[in-house]
Design a protein around this ligand. Structure first.
Ligand SMILES: Nc1ncnc2c1ncn2[C@@H]1O[C@H](COP(=O)(O)OP(=O)(O)O)[C@@H](O)[C@H]1O
Ligand SMILES: [Mg+2]
Length: 283
């Protein structure tokens, strides 16, 4: 119960930075967060997935929730630009409606790993992430990023300060721990399974539960099936509508041709019966 509520609590944070050494469980945390988000439908929750490693998030492309998946260098920048455009269009909609908070699906921009993304094109990537973090909240757009390399050169402070919550997993050195959370301690955490969870009003060591591959596959399958069923229902509805339209069209055509026949009948002058015939008949 406590386990589930940890991730639920994390999902309430706006932007989450997950940092730690290789094998400390960053991808485990990302998968668990996605799993928690997947208690909601694609109407309520969407994902923009950036996956430089090309393996971690690819399974989720099957989901109806996934708006964009990128793993190629240029495409990853496109994915960020796409998120930014979404953000801008939401701001326009909010302005038009005169509201301060976007009322609609929550979109998570998920990056596994941020360090790899930064090294592909830091000049373009950095301002996009920074801006997304700054304006995303009101537009219902969150950034969840994992990074193995917390060095200041890779994840500069202007980026780091935008994350209001940090999951600090095991690090190989006290210096890495300081880079992540401005304090030592991560180096003393077990290799995986525990983390410092830091939010604006909390800092505590928490257990990090793991979602297995099987559990993940099950959740994905559930939504793929649900989506298929919804699509089939949609197709059936469309077929029914098409049949109804065709029926109406046929009825209309039938009425038209009846009217046409009637009009023809009226327009055609009736042959004048010959007098002698009449006389013969009614004599
Ligand atoms: N919280 C956890 N509970 C159990 N095993 C874990 C946990 N975190 C990580 N592991 C183990 O460590 C492996 C590597 O975790 P992963 O999330 O891929 O690390 P990272 O992304 O930080 O490199 C996992 O496949 C799993 O076997
Ligand atoms: Mg990983």
């Amino acid at each position: 119960m406590k386990i589930y509520s940890l991730y639920t609590d994390m999902m309430k944070q706006t932007h989450i930075l997950i940092a730690g050494a290789t094998g400390s469980g960053k991808s485990v945390v990302i998968n668990s967060l996605i799993g928690t988000a997947l208690t909601k439908s694609a109407k309520e929750v969407g994902f923009i997935l950036i996956d430089p490693k090309r393996v971690e998030l690819v399974e989720y492309t099957k989901l109806p929730h996934t708006l964009y998946y990128a793993s190629e260098p240029d495409d990853m920048v496109n994915a960020l630009a796409y998120a930014m455009e979404l953000c801008d269009s939401r701001y326009k909609a909010m302005q038009a409606a005169g509201v301060k908070k976007y009322q609609g699906s929550h979109v998570y921009v998920i990056i596994d790993e941020l360090a790899d993304l930064m090294t592909t094109d830091k000049k373009r990537v950095m301002p996009l992430i920074q801006r997304l973090c700054q304006v995303g909240r009101a537009a219902g757009i969150s950034v969840i990023a994992a990074t193995q390399c917390p060095l200041a050169t890779v994840i500069p402070t202007p980026i780091k300060v935008n994350f209001d919550s940090i999951v600090a997993l095991h690090t190989v050195s006290a210096q890495h721990s300081r880079n992540i959370m401005d304090a030592t301690g991560c180096e003393k955490l077990p290799r995986y399974g525990k983390a410092y969870y830091i939010t604006p009003d909390r800092r505590e060591i928490v257990n990090v539960p793991m979602v297995t591959d099987e559990e993940r596959a099950e959740v994905i399958e559930y939504w793929v099936d649900a989506y298929k069923a919804a699509k089939a229902e949609e197709a059936a509805r469309a077929a029914r509508a098409a049949a109804a339209i065709e029926h109406a069209a046929r009825a209309l055509e039938a009425r038209r041709s009846a009217a046409r026949r009637e009009a023809d009948r009226k327009a055609t002058p009736a042959p004048k019966p010959r007098k002698n015939l009449l006389q013969r008949l009614f004599a």
